[in-house]
Ligand binder design. Structure first.
Ligand code: PBG
Length: 323
């Protein structure tokens, strides 16, 4: 018998052949594009730390969403920058808040796009923490009621899916109950179930003006060293009623995505966060990497790890080039 016995290279000979045996695909319907909604009119300001992404006023956000829909992307997730912050983040659950207005405008403008909202207080609080602060501590149970009000307010405005990202214990259950009490039982919850205390959120905190003013988030977000704990978080959120679960960030946690995908019977989302995006953009600006190929490889790796859905700032670029 001739050597070698196996020749895997045979199936790599042409692009059609490679495409035929490719195990993982990424396409625009798998993607969710984040939008940052800001007060004012006619505002479309590029975010310095997220090149290619913009702070958008309500009508501009609706126009952006129309383009996202035209590109075939599955959905958008909305973050809000309030006109004023306070200790309890009250603009976050104000029916006239920027996110609520943007949801209504996007729902008028787009017929198919899935509209997600991020449910968290950190953009709205003066101290920048994801919950109510008392005696220098983020109070878990006192925060739940506010998150539930925010989720209800988003859903009433027309959000298809609410996505709590605060990492308080019991928030999925509290939000589910509040939605059901308001007759919003058909609105699903995408829970940021395994969200780590990560340095990769740096550019987002500039974009959303949500950096904590004292301390850090390690008292509620997860320790990057843990995976068993991620399984527990996912199990608790599913037991409380989460319809989809998220792992965040994505790239440094591909093993966690894999573990969740193998054990959970819910669709798995992964958040390819701001720092992951900014690294690619910064290296590409220096001419050190091929941005396009890197984007495809990154999104492919997240899908290969087991994510069904990817939240990513690359969504528009990817969709433009996929077509
Ligand atoms: C809000 C929230 C954050 C992100 C999504 N929702 C920031 C944080 O927890 O500090 C990060 C998204 C990104 O970095 O792209 N709690």
């Amino acid at each position: 018998m001739s050597f070698p016995l196996e020749r895997p290279r045979r199936l790599r000979a042409t692009e059609r052949l490679r495409a035929m045996v490719r195990e993982t695909s990424v396409s625009p319907p798998h993607l969710i594009y984040p939008l940052f909604v800001t007060p004012g009119e006619g505002v479309r300001r590029e975010i310095a730390s997220l090149p290619g992404c913009f702070h958008l006023s309500v009508e501009e956000a609706a126009r952006e969403a129309e383009e996202v829909e035209r590109l075939g992307i599955g959905g958008v997730i909305l973050f809000g920058l309030p006109s004023a912050k306070d200790a309890k983040g009250s603009e976050g659950y104000d029916d006239q808040g920027v996110v609520q207005q943007a949801v209504r405008a996007i729902r008028r403008a787009c017929r198919e796009l899935v509209v997600f909202t991020d449910v968290c207080l950190c953009e709205y609080t003066s101290h920048g923490h994801c919950g109510v602060v008392d005696k220098g501590e983020v109070q878990n149970d006192a925060t739940l009621e506010l998150l539930a009000r925010m989720a209800v307010s988003h859903a009433k405005a027309g959000a298809h899916v609410v996505a709590p990202s605060d990492m308080m214990d019991g928030r999925v259950g509290a939000i589910r109950e509040a939605l059901d009490d308001e007759g919003l039982e058909a609105v699903p919850i995408l829970s940021y179930a395994a969200k780590y205390a990560s340095a990769f959120y740096g550019p987002f905190r500039e974009a959303a003006d949500s950096a904590p003013q004292f301390g850090d988030r390690r008292g509620y977000q997860m320790d990057p060293a843990n995976v068993r704990e991620a399984m527990r978080e996912v199990r608790l959120d599913v037991d409380e009623g989460a319809d989809m679960v998220m792992v965040k960030p994505a790239l440094p946690y591909l093993d966690v995505i894999r573990a969740v995908a193998e054990t959970s019977d819910r669709p798995v989302a992964a958040y390819n966060v701001s720092g992951e995006y900014a690294m690619v953009k910064a290296a590409a600006a220096k001419g050190w990497v091929d941005e396009d190929r890197m984007m495809r490889e990154i999104l492919t790796s997240i899908r290969r790890a087991g994510a069904d859905v990817i939240l990513t700032y690359h969504a528009k670029d990817f969709a433009r080039k996929a077509g």
